[in-house]
Ligand binder design. Structure first.
Ligand SMILES: Cc1ncc(COP(=O)(O)O)c(C=O)c1O
Length: 273
């Protein structure tokens, strides 16, 4: 397995970053997960735009997006696989032992792992912890993901694959690594970015391609929605057949199934929409 580290391909087993990298010591970094299908990245331009936005939000040096593109192409070419999770990580780099960032320059890693196609529906839970819609990191895809680690572990314990958060004012927000959609009276709704959710790339495409509405929704909309689905880079559009103890028999329901079809068709037509 070859990865890209700071300017070139290296063997995964021997590639090294400093133990004082600010990404390791304080989670000062950003990332992207890109789907690679049969050797081609999906929606790479949107992912690179978001990487640059996250870097600006964290005050990291502007990433060299030409290098990141070259790195992605090199890593994908070096590790052929049917479905891959391409992971771009960009951190504050070698730094003092505190929250001040050093001046040695950022660390860039691009790595690829094998991924499996997700089932068409899954179970989710809700968690009592909140997303902060007014935080310094809101909307940025940072490597400070330990809250998601905790919430996802609880989901796994309960036989689910995703945990959904409300924000600080009780509105439905997002999952640990996905956005959430609900169907009410045949119409599709998803929380607006002002709820504090990540501006998911799959979310944006699903909104564009299905005409979903961006609506402030209370968390308990999950108790009455006719259908619920998730979107993310590796889930695409995925139905939900259980929310906590509530079963949604027949998931993916008809509106979700149509959204899945439309997504597959449009994504198949254009690899960089
Ligand atoms: C917190 C969070 N929300 C939503 C998403 C979905 O975003 P995307 O569709 O760009 O993968 C992700 C990404 O995986 C995420 O980490």
């Amino acid at each position: 397995m070859k990865i890209w580290l700071n300017g070139g391909l290296q063997d995964l087993d021997s590639a090294r970053v400093s133990v004082l990298d600010h990404g390791l010591t304080v989670g000062d970094g950003i990332f992207e997960t890109v789907k690679a299908v049969a050797g081609r990245p999906f929606a790479l331009t949107r992912h690179l735009d978001r990487l640059a936005r996250s870097a600006r939000g964290l005050g990291l040096p502007e990433p060299d997006l030409d290098e990141v593109r070259r790195a992605c192409a090199a890593v994908i070419a070096a590790n052929p696989m049917a479905l891959g999770r391409l992971r771009i990580t960009y951190t504050g780099g070698l730094s003092p032992l505190g929250s001040d960032r050093g001046d040695q320059g950022p660390t860039l890693v691009v790595a690829l792992g094998e991924a499996a196609r997700r089932p068409d529906s899954t179970a989710v839970i809700t968690v009592p912890w909140t997303r902060n819609e007014r935080g310094a990191l809101t909307g940025l895809k940072t490597t400070s993901y330990a809250e998601n680690v905790v919430a996802l572990a609880r989901a796994t314990e309960q036989g689910a694959t995703e945990a959904l958060f409300a924000n600080t004012v009780g509105q439905l927000c997002e999952g640990t690594g996905s956005n959430v959609f609900v169907v009410l009276d045949g119409e599709i709704h998803t929380p607006p970015v002002s709820s504090g959710c990540l501006a998911g790339i799959t979310r944006a495409l699903a909104v564009e391609w299905t005409g979903a509405h961006e609506t402030d929704l209370p968390l308990d909309v999950l108790d009455r929605a006719d259908e619920v689905f998730l979107t993310s880079t590796l889930r695409d559009v995925q139905g939900v057949h259980r929310v906590d103890d509530r079963q949604l028999p027949g998931a993916p329901g008809p509106v979700t199934a149509k959204a899945m079809r439309v997504f597959d068709e449009r994504a198949g037509d254009d690899l960089d929409p």
